[in-house]
Design a protein around this ligand. Structure first.
Ligand code: 7TS
Length: 419
């Protein structure tokens, strides 16, 4: 099969390097309101390179059939493509075994699975669940639902004005009733990179499992689940240049083995009678029904794409661009960056004088610059900073300094319009 090759830009991570990567993304080659598109909303959803689009198209045009259940050629090809992608995910996050990789609908789907299954087995009235003040709603609401069902207690690690968590407060919170810690690796609203290895180590010392929400980490830095020593790690394909509707729940085998099934249906059983069922082995026991096969194939191609460039190179490049963008934004009068942690990923949340973030977003859009505005599904973060919303520019592998210059020009225009 012939697919478009992964980009192999020169090792220099300068502007030409980024331009070459940008060239792999067909959607970016368009005008919005008569201006060349600048896409600065990758934290919400990133775009897809040609290699991902081609892999999905190839699969749809040549290989599609249901997986794990056919002796015929197409079903075998589909199964090979699907399981091949599982192995790519395993390798990408350095899991020990492919049976620790459960395909889910996304980060939200993965956290709900753990809250439901782990919760059913291990959490009872008065037990404690620790999350943090900077979580996305996807890592708050499933635990609140569990709290409603069980009478468990939700404890929240506080943060400071820079958007950094209070480690001592966390240590004080860990106790004999703590059943799980669920923490974001990188905050989507603030960009904070939490020192999660340290947080995991403290919990592990007390035998407490840790779930990490890696939605905003996996596309931007190398992630090694064995090095982190976390028990669960979740992320979404569509934020890492793959298709929507699919994501990954990594779980340490020993723990996954103990989880009761989440949903019932085909593929998760070996034998069914009206009296008794025999469940399938991992990971299939946690993957009921026909999965998002083409999405998984696309995710595999997205991993090829990322590894073709190299995660360390991506991390370095995005850190350089973040520094450039931070300096440029701070030059704009009345602009205040929300989220000033010492360690940040490529997320720039900001407010500007009295301008409403939605007006900022609309004026920028008129100039072809896409940013997200609102509460970013992190309302407790907005409450903490006493803000209804922020504007947020978030970086991807295709962004250039020229994109940041366009953002700055756009914001100068916002000042002229809104005064
Ligand atoms: N966790 C984090 C840290 C996120 O940033 C998001 C999505 C999710 C969970 C949920 O991911 P999903 O793929 O299951 O929806 N974050 C954003 C965002 O920042 N803007 O739009 C979606």
């Amino acid at each position: 099969m012939t697919l478009s090759p992964n980009p192999q830009p020169s090792v220099n991570q300068g502007e030409a390097w980024a331009e070459a990567i940008r060239g792999e993304f067909p959607i970016l080659d368009q005008q919005v309101h008569g201006k060349p598109l600048v896409f600065l909303d990758s934290a919400a959803s990133s775009q897809r390179p040609r290699s991902v689009i081609d892999a999905v198209t190839w699969y749809e045009e040549h290989d599609h059939a249901n997986v794990h259940r056919g002796v015929h050629t197409l079903s075998q090809r589909a199964t090979d493509a699907f399981e091949g992608a599982r192995e790519k995910v395993r390798n990408f996050i350095n899991a020990e075994s492919a049976s620790e990789i459960v395909f889910v609908s996304g980060t939200t789907g993965g956290i709900n699975l753990v809250a439901s299954s782990f919760g059913q087995k291990f959490i009872a009235q008065g037990d404690e669940i620790i999350i943090s003040h900077m979580e996305h709603h996807a890592n708050i609401v499933p635990w609140q639902l569990l709290r409603e069902r069980t009478g468990a207690v939700l404890r929240v690690i506080p943060m400071n004005q820079a958007g950094e968590l209070d480690y001592q407060a966390y240590l004080d919170m860990l106790g004999p009733r703590t059943r799980i810690v669920a923490l974001s690796h990188v905050s989507n609203a603030l960009g904070t990179i939490n020192p999660v290895k340290q947080y995991v180590a403290a919990a592990k010392n007390m035998g407490i499992p840790v779930l990490l929400d890696g939605a905003q980490a996996v596309p931007h830095m190398p992630v090694d689940v064995r090095e982190l020593e976390c028990d669960f790690y979740v992320f979404s394909s569509h934020k890492m240049y793959g298709p929507t509707g699919v994501g990954v729940l990594y779980g340490r085998q020993q723990l996954l083995d103990q989880l009761p099934p989440y949903q019932g249906g085909g593929d998760m059983i070996l034998a069914v009678s009206f009296d008794k069922n025999v469940y399938n082995e991992l990971p299939y026991r946690l993957e009921a029904g026909t999965p998002n096969i083409s999405g998984v194939v696309g995710l595999g191609a997205a991993i090829d794409f990322l590894q073709g460039i190299g995660m360390p190179a991506i991390e370095k490049r995005e850190q350089d661009l973040l520094a450039y963008a931070t300096t440029a934004l701070l030059d704009i009068p009345e602009l205040r960056i929300i989220g000033t942690a010492a360690h940040k990923a490529g997320v720039l949340s900001f407010v500007m004088g009295r301008a409403h973030p939605h007006d900022i977003g609309t004026i920028l859009d008129n100039q072809g610059v896409a940013v997200r505005t609102g509460h970013h599904c992190a309302m407790p973060v907005m409450d903490f900073f006493k803000l209804p919303a922020t504007a947020r520019a978030s970086l991807g592998v295709y962004n250039t300094r020229a994109d940041i210059d366009r953002l700055v020009e756009g914001l100068q225009h916002v000042r002229e319009v809104l005064g």
